[in-house]
Design a protein. Structure first.
Length: 270
């Protein structure tokens, strides 16, 4: 695992055969700035990164705090099946609590971190996120707040892409500070919309009972969206009996006995 702390004003480091810094920044930041605050930002920015020579089959942006569960702000994939949401669910389900891979970036600083799958902080992290989804390496630009909170932009090379090349590392170091600023601005633009929007079923369920597991939340969320038990089982790759077991456990935690109680508690009356 390697890391670099970013200086306030990094200088150009273009290598022969690589896009100059101005061209690289234009390739990345043009699509990013043009789609700020819109759903197209995730995909357009990933395409811009690839156009700049920073090959990544997927990326994610998330925030981690010391006193609450992490939040995935955005993610996308290019040329592969998008499994970023599955990866983050595994991370949020508890792996974030034992993730030491960003510890080299101290509070109040920002830096770059490169991690190979073999260097994942523990076996559970390596298997649930990297091996299961064919991810080979992660290249991140990270900002750590004075309180230890972490804001991370992560680019992923999948196994078919091989390791990040030296010119990709240099190019990423060039665009990372501006990319970090653009992504933060995108997240800030979405914050008022998120604050005004009704809470999602999952958020409302978690607020009602923090003890609900991710699987229990998955089942209850689908029930609230009108899915049948057969549909939930097919979607989650489980048996109907297992789905009903998760439902029963969730209802027990929520103090409920029937689906009608679930709907009465979490579906607004019209």
């Amino acid at each position: 695992m390697k890391h670099w702390l970013l200086p306030p004003s990094p200088g150009p480091r273009a290598a022969p055969g690589q896009l100059g810094m101005a061209d690289a920044i234009a390739a990345v930041m043009g699509p990013a700035i043009g789609t700020l605050g819109s759903p197209a930002f995730s995909g357009a920015s990933l395409q811009g990164l690839n156009a700049a020579g920073l090959r990544a089959a997927s990326w994610s942006v998330y925030q981690v705090w010391q006193d609450r569960a992490p939040v995935l702000h955005l993610s996308a994939s290019l040329g592969v099946v998008d499994q970023t949401q599955d990866c983050f669910r595994a991370y949020r389900d508890g792996l974030y609590r034992i993730d030491r891979s960003f510890d080299a970036v101290p509070p109040g600083r920002q830096g770059l971190v490169r991690m190979h799958a073999d260097e994942a902080p523990n076996a559970a992290h390596r298997e649930a996120i990297y091996r299961r989804h064919g991810v080979l390496e992660r290249l991140s630009v990270v900002r750590r707040g004075d309180d230890g909170a972490l804001f991370a932009i992560n680019l992923y090379h999948h196994e078919h892409q091989g390791a990040f090349a030296d010119n990709e590392l240099a190019g990423f170091a060039d665009v990372a500070p501006l990319l970090l600023a653009a992504v933060q601005r995108h997240v800030d633009l979405l914050a008022p919309v998120a604050a005004e929007a009704p809470a999602s079923p999952r958020t409302a369920l978690r607020a009602r009972c923090s003890a609900l597991t991710e699987r229990e939340l998955d089942v209850c969320e689908r029930l609230l969206r009108g899915w049948s038990y057969d549909g939930i089982a097919a979607d989650m790759g489980l048996s109907v009996a297992t789905v009903k077991t998760y439902r029963a456990r969730a209802f027990d935690r929520l103090g409920m006995h029937f689906k009608s109680e679930l709907f009465a508690a979490f579906v607004p009356a019209h």
